[in-house]
Design a protein around this ligand. Structure first.
Ligand SMILES: Nc1ncnc2c1ncn2[C@@H]1O[C@H](COP(=O)(O)OP(=O)(O)OP(=O)(O)O)[C@@H](O)[C@H]1O
Length: 218
């Protein structure tokens, strides 16, 4: 499989603080990579650069042609009074008058994310895991082939974590989705991801997740 992302000499500096320096790595199509590192190491900064929300001080990155990125944010609880149903929430970025094909796509995504039966539940009343699956479903509506999860399992209970990760694994296996998953949960990363990128001394270590030792992470 070919490369989906090539990063060359990527450097990020905020004023006089260097967050990372001359990062070089590539990700292959269909890979599943955990992005690891302590608080403040630069994980979110790197993701924001890759999503063009921030400009790197130096260096380049390139996605292969036809890469479409989906983004699932860190779990944030939604107000209990939030009025939209799960279905309406997923449809937020679609036209007001929906074509039959959009309705069908939403049905398929609801089914795939295991939300079809509770599509009329209000988002405010949904469980943490259901809400996070709705965020994932919203990201999937654009039919991305590369998905970035930014601490998407943080603050979910163990069952909801496993459910979300099983779903991500299924999407990777069935649709060849490339996955970049930021987390502090090493056991979860070890269970579901295949490779890791670990921030260390302003550089990134890239290896198979089976090679990640406790010493390397601490
Ligand atoms: N807009 C900004 N201006 C100045 N400094 C920033 C800005 N954004 C991030 N930083 C700094 O860059 C460093 C990296 O932050 P970043 O949020 O990328 O870390 P992280 O690895 O995602 O951390 P966490 O695990 O806590 O989410 C931190 O020292 C942070 O204070």
């Amino acid at each position: 499989m070919g490369e989906v992302l090539t990063v060359e000499n990527l450097t990020m500096q905020f004023d006089d603080q260097t967050v990372f320096k001359k990062l070089n790595f590539t990700l292959k199509k269909g890979s599943m990579t955990a992005l690891l590192g302590p608080n403040g190491a630069g994980k979110t900064t790197l993701i924001r650069i890759l999503m063009n929300m921030l400009t790197a001080t130096n260096g380049t990155f390139k996605f292969s042609q036809n890469t479409k990125i989906g983004y699932v944010p860190q779990f944030r609880n939604i107000d209990i009074d939030y009025p939209l149903s799960i279905r309406a929430f997923i449809e937020l970025n679609t036209p007001l008058f929906k074509s039959a094909s959009i309705k069908k796509r939403v049905d398929n995504i609801l089914r795939e994310t295991n939300l079809l039966e509770i599509q009329n539940t209000r988002m405010g009343e949904a469980s943490g895991g259901q809400k996070q699956r709705a965020y994932l479903a919203q990201a999937l509506l654009d039919e991305p082939n590369f998905i970035i999860l930014d601490e998407a399992t943080a603050s979910l209970d163990p069952v909801a974590k496993e459910e979300l990760m099983t779903l991500i694994k299924h999407l990777n296996e069935k649709h060849g989705l490339t996955v970049l998953f930021t987390t502090h949960d090493i056991p979860l990363a070890k269970k579901y991801m295949k490779d890791y990128l670990l921030f260390k001394d302003k550089k990134l270590e890239h290896n198979k997740i089976s090679q990640l030792t406790k010493e390397a992470y601490e």
